[in-house]
Design a protein around this ligand. Structure first.
Ligand code: NOJ
Length: 556
């Protein structure tokens, strides 16, 4: 049975907005963003048009990895508020038709989590087997640490108990052992707990690492995917339509496995890291080829599964799946300074500064994002074109306070600037130049453009549901793609280069009476007798043309 036989598949056409409560808006005035503030800003998100908020970790944490180091999976960090504040925010969102999903970070805990404190206290601890311990790191499997600047091994020696524990990320984030049934039960309880507070699913952190069973006798968990299936089934039983949006940065063919068997019984959605990386390569080269190739190389996925498309997230812009030469091309174009680069594989910049603040190019990139097949995910501040702080050349560069006004601290907080979780962006992308208040009142702002894209995306189910077709045309710098679903069909054109261009193409199988209605500006184009069409694109231009017929009552 397919999930859609029984449940709403809202995620196929959702617009997801990722935010960190800590940096979104401080309502108490103590310098840290909070859940009370989030509840106050739900109306802003509704106005923007997003349909789902992804809350980054808000759990109690020593905060050494931006909250991804958790000491209590059932708690709310007191800096951010209480369970009551969280439920208020979720309830307000639901009232405005917005769902909430939360980060599920169960590959590891903080080393200060009581489970690990107990586990490392003695080999006889009841929590010892909640983590992976070995006498010697296995010689046959080399596990590269994910953060090579900070760690040279994925194994850390514990002097007291004379064994090594596994940590794929920082050494203060010991990996949980999911071969232990007690750990598996606890993870299900954690999910059940947050679901009962009204959330609609999870963004699942580091999925391939979570399923990894190295260091454990494989017999205890012969098929890790069976475990993922069981989590999905549990979610289905508890909610019917909850989602698992997985972080799986692997080549497409390996990613396919994480969607599960035929009907899709593992992750509901996965970020398309491959398309994202190739989008940057295409922009750097001003050649649509790499992006087109990445999109067409997507493996077929189960009918109700979905790709999540994105331009930036809270981590480095990873380029790890490009070849070394390709990565160097992107570095040269968008982050030549070593302080813009991290881990030898990524950039710690936001999109607008990478594109030199060129409004045409920025809009073209977001027009592409919203017209690609999948569910778009925005990182807070993208809608107003926020920049980054390169001060220390780490991922924190893009984790700066949201810019609400041109006032003190960008309207994020009334506290002393030294008390903020991170300095507000300075320079050309500071709140003086980039903020919500100014853009809300400016019909030509990026904010209003993103609102338009969101509204059109939501009104065109062919974008979320549809089948992709690439349309032939003569210009390497241009991508023309068509999204088809049921009897709806949209053609999107994007020019990745600065010069205007005329794009000829043919729509062979189209009704002779059809017109192409422009969804982003006024106007229609009428194809010739055999479907031959010509469309003008400005430098970095973009058009969304919906195929309409006389008498068609679809919104234009
Ligand atoms: C993936 C998260 O996106 C990243 O921010 C974090 O550092 C690692 N997981 C470890 O939790």
């Amino acid at each position: 049975m397919r999930i859609s036989d029984t449940a709403d598949v809202w995620w196929k056409t959702a617009v997801i907005y990722c935010l960190d409560v800590e940096t979104f808006i401080d309502w108490s005035g103590d310098g840290t963003g909070d859940l009370a503030g989030l509840a106050q800003r739900i109306d802003y998100l509704e106005e923007l048009g997003v349909t789902c908020i992804w809350l980054m970790p808000f759990y109690p944490t020593p905060d050494r990895d931006d909250g991804y180091d958790i000491t209590d999976f059932y708690g709310v960090d007191q800096r951010l508020g209480t369970h009551g504040d969280l439920v208020e925010a979720i309830r307000t969102a639901r009232d405005r038709g917005i769902r909430v999903i939360v980060d599920l970070v169960v590959n590891h805990t903080s080393d200060q989590h009581p489970w690990f404190v107990s586990a490392r206290s003695s080999k006889n601890s009841p929590h010892r087997d909640w983590y992976t311990w070995v006498d010697e790191p296995p010689k046959d499997v080399h596990l590269a640490p994910v953060f090579p600047d900070a760690e040279d091994s994925a194994w850390e020696y514990d002097k007291k108990t004379k064994q090594y524990y596994l940590h794929r990320f920082y050494k203060y984030q010991p990996d949980l052992n999911v071969t232990n049934p007690l750990v598996r039960d606890e993870i299900a309880k954690v999910m059940g707990f947050w679901l009962s507070l009204g959330i609609s699913g999870f963004r699942v952190d580091a999925v391939p690492f979570l399923l990894e069973t190295v260091g454990e006798p494989s017999i205890t968990l012969p098929d890790p995917h069976e475990y993922l299936r069981s989590l999905r089934a549990f979610l289905g039983r508890r909610t019917g339509d909850g989602i698992l949006l997985g972080e799986v940065n692997l080549p497409h063919d390996q990613q396919r496995l994480f969607f599960g068997q035929d009907d899709g019984d593992e992750l509901t959605m996965q970020f398309d890291f491959i398309a994202m990386q190739n989008l940057y390569l295409s922009m750097a080269r001003r050649d649509a080829g790499p992006l087109a190739a990445a999109l067409t190389a997507r493996p077929p996925i189960p009918p109700d599964a979905q790709w999540a498309t994105f331009v930036r997230n809270h981590d480095e812009l990873t380029l790890d799946k490009l070849t070394d030469d390709e990565r160097e091309e992107v570095f040269a174009a968008f982050g030549p300074d070593p302080k813009m680069q991290v881990y030898g594989r990524g950039l710690v910049r936001r999109l607008p500064p990478m594109l030199d603040g060129d409004p045409r190019r920025i809009r073209m990139a977001y027009s592409l994002l919203f017209s690609l097949p999948g569910t778009p995910v925005l990182f807070y501040g993208e809608e107003i074109g926020m920049g980054e702080n390169l001060v220390d050349g780490t991922r924190s560069a893009v984790r700066t306070p949201m810019q609400w006004t041109s006032g003190a601290n960008g309207g994020f907080s009334t506290a002393d600037p030294d008390d903020l979780p991170a300095p507000v962006v300075t320079g050309g992308f500071s709140p003086d130049h980039v903020n919500v208040a100014d853009q809300r009142n400016d019909p030509d702002s990026l904010l209003n453009f993103i609102r338009l894209l969101i509204a059109r995306y939501r009104a065109c189910p062919e974008l979320g549901w549809g089948r992709l077709e690439l349309i032939d045309q003569p210009h390497a710098q241009v991508l023309v793609h068509r999204m088809i679903w049921d009897d709806a069909s949209l053609i999107a054109l994007h020019n990745l280069a600065p010069d205007a261009v005329t794009v000829p193409f043919t729509l062979p199988d189209t009704d002779p009476e059809c017109e192409l209605t422009d969804l982003l500006q006024t106007g229609t184009t009428t194809p010739g007798k055999h479907g031959e069409t010509e469309v003008e694109l400005d430098g970095y231009g973009y058009r969304w043309l919906r195929i309409t017929r006389p008498g068609d009552r679809r919104l234009r």
